[in-house]
Design a protein around this ligand. Structure first.
Ligand code: SF4
Ligand code: SF4
Length: 182
């Protein structure tokens, strides 16, 4: 692991458009992150890993995939660093370098999510969660929450198609053309 993160830091700065090098480790981002307790590296630690050029560690971390893009960190940073944008840039880099997600369930969740968007032009939550649960072989966990979610209108039994489904499918087609994988 090099002590000068030059290449990685510059790549992240270029992609996120934010002054990632300006982080001085005040940890305000980490103390406000709602997902922090579940992360293997807190947002400020992710920034430090970028500084150090610790590419393998940061791109294989759970943190970049657990980040919910809520932007709490971004609004708290005294150096106006867009930490959520850094997380986006790191996710893109991880996908481009075909780094396996640290948790196999994460991969299945993303497959189910994208499959649903491709099919309906938007997420059909019930279908997506069913596909996900079949893929991970766990049909029972959290099923007790379904009746309440249905009653509160948070879940719909039937899918709704997006009016922009043709454009969404065109985005998938172009992405596959560029990436070479379905
Ligand atoms: S954007 Fe991500 S890293 Fe930042 S506070 Fe939200 S969940 Fe945490
Ligand atoms: S809030 Fe900003 S300066 Fe402070 S640790 Fe986080 S990224 Fe670095």
């Amino acid at each position: 692991m090099p002590w000068n993160g030059g290449d990685l830091q510059e790549e992240v700065r270029r992609r996120s458009g934010t002054p990632v090098a300006a982080c001085y480790q005040c940890h305000k981002c980490s103390t406000g992150c709602p997902v922090g307790p579940e992360m293997d590296f807190l947002p400020s630690q992710v920034m430090r890993l970028v500084h150090l050029g610790a590419e393998e560690e940061v791109l294989a971390s759970r943190s970049i995939w657990l980040c919910a893009s809520c932007e709490t960190c971004t609004t708290r940073c005294p150096m106006a660093i867009d930490i959520a944008g850094v997380m986006d840039a790191l996710r893109i880099l991880a996908v481009e370098r075909r780094i396996d997600l640290p948790d196999a369930r994460g991969k299945q969740f993303h497959r189910s999510f994208l499959g649903s968007v491709r099919r309906h032009g938007r997420v059909y939550e019930m279908g997506m969660m069913t596909a996900y649960k079949v893929r991970i072989g766990d049909l029972c966990t959290d099923m007790d929450k379904v009746p309440r979610l249905l009653a509160e209108g948070k879940l719909s039994l039937l899918p709704h198609r997006s009016g922009g489904i043709r454009q969404v499918r065109e985005i998938f087609r172009r992405a596959e053309e560029k990436d070479g994988t379905p």
